[in-house]
Design a binder for this molecule. Structure first.
Ligand code: HAM
Length: 422
């Protein structure tokens, strides 16, 4: 065992090394293929923003109030900045700044930072794959966005995820609903959990989502947003539900689904992985936001999107017995006991032909090089010893099916390997 390192990754963060990192690569590639196939383009925005960009997403939420990593830079006077806790505000800020044409359909894959109490599935740096679509209230866009997330889970092989759907109403129906909820909670404030007993007024909706037994019991008959939707919001929800049924995305209504950010209006949704512990089983979620673009200084423009936690998806995949790290890093490994020039030249020729190849270093023993070849996971080993070098040939060994070794000339080897791998 090596000595414990003098420095470790900060609490709540971790390094992702190969082969595990291959699962990240695969998820990003699968996600990109899916959303780009639906007309979403990649947006890369700074990892930090003016703190006010994120304050707009929820002055009454834990994400902003308690968990934001904010800092002052070295300008005079110093600027108050914050590391991105989520992707939506950054994309909206970027749209307001540059005004690309609407509808604007964007995707991103980026780390997010939240000062949380670290535990399995909850980290201080996590990675989100997400989309944001601005510029239309069309309920079919909700269906598209939710469907893209469902397709992503399917594409990487997750089976046991369920989609929960709710509507939180809009500026028409929300005020009257909040009045009804406030009156209800006021009469029962003494029965709520410790946290909500004192703080429920900051964000009454969050009480509906509280899993503590006191709040669950006290809110058993609470008015729910879905029961108080105005006509247009109810019609929007009905059309989204029809659409999800039509395109084959199973969902259940969850009238208590309240997401952890303040900007949502109308459709909200969350995907839960059944294989994970309920406290951290949200593998993705999102919804519509009717007022965020205006809040960030733009013209009234509706938006919808989701964020999907890469680490949680990986945990869920592992819990379902899936191996997303599969596949070897290279196809071919070159073993050269003649000093290394053959390995250098063969590896270069293979890579130039688009074949992933690696080699051993330092002119090590045949045995040590073969061990490295096995460890690499390569399917084919090319072997050049003094005998092969003298005759201008390369020995070809299939490492998987243990077939007898064959020999080809140096000129033919790349073509031969290409056929072997095909
Ligand atoms: P969110 O639900 O806060 O939504 O985060 C999205 C996903 O990120 C979660 O479902 C979860 O998978 C993952 N996640 C969040 N926090 C952590 C954490 N501390 N550790 C590990 N994974 C985590 C948003 O961030 C919204 N921006 C989604 C959205 C986009 N809404 C509209 N557009």
């Amino acid at each position: 065992m090596p000595e414990p390192a003098a420095f470790q990754a900060p609490r709540g963060t971790f390094d992702v090394l190969p082969p595990r990192s291959r699962a990240y690569e695969r998820m990003v590639a699968t996600f990109a293929r899916g959303v780009e196939g639906a007309g979403y383009g990649l947006v890369i925005s700074p990892m930090f923003e003016d703190v006010r960009v994120f304050q707009r997403v929820g002055e009454a939420t834990d994400v902003v109030r308690k968990e934001m990593y904010d800092l002052f830079d070295k300008d005079t006077p110093p600027r108050h900045l914050a590391l991105r806790p989520e992707g939506t505000a950054s994309v909206v800020r970027a749209w307001v700044q540059h005004r690309p044409p609407l509808p604007f359909k964007a995707w991103y894959g980026a780390p997010s930072f939240r000062y949380e109490a670290p535990q399995a599935g909850r980290y201080r740096q996590h990675h989100q794959l997400g989309v944001e679509a601005l510029g239309t209230e069309d309920p079919d866009l909700d269906v598209e966005v939710i469907g893209l997330l469902a397709s992503f889970y399917r594409a990487i092989g997750l089976r046991r995820v369920t989609c929960k759907l709710n509507s939180l109403g809009d500026t028409e129906c929300r005020p009257a609903y909040l009045e009804a909820l406030t009156a209800y909670l006021e009469a029962r404030a003494g029965d709520l959990c410790d946290e909500h007993g004192t703080h429920w007024r900051d964000n009454p909706l969050r009480v509906l989502d509280c899993k503590r037994p006191a709040c669950v019991a006290a809110t058993a008959d609470a008015p729910l947003p879905m029961q108080h939707l105005c006509g247009p919001c109810a019609a929007h929800l009905a059309r989204v539900e029809d659409g999800l049924r039509a395109v084959g995305v199973p969902f259940t209504e969850d009238p208590r689904l309240v997401r952890g950010l303040d900007y949502y209006t109308r459709t909200t949704f969350e995907f839960a992985a059944e294989a994970l512990d309920t406290a951290q089983n949200a593998v993705g979620g999102g919804g519509r936001y009717g007022g965020l673009v205006e809040d960030l200084g733009g013209p009234a423009t509706p938006g919808i999107g989701f964020g999907c936690g890469v680490e949680r998806v990986l945990l869920a995949a592992e819990a379902e017995g899936l191996d997303l790290t599969g596949g070897a890093a290279v196809d071919v490994f070159v073993v050269d006991t003649t000093g290394g020039t053959a390995a250098r030249d063969l590896a270069t020729a293979l890579r130039e032909a688009g074949i992933a190849a690696d080699r051993a270093w330092d002119n090590r023993s045949f045995k040590a090089q073969f061990k490295a070849a096995d460890r690499s996971g390569a399917r084919v080993a090319l072997v050049v010893g003094p005998d092969e070098a003298g005759r201008g040939v390369v020995a070809v060994k299939d490492l998987r099916d243990k077939a007898p070794q064959t020999e080809v000339t140096r000129d033919e080897v790349v073509e031969h390997v290409r056929k072997l791998l095909a």
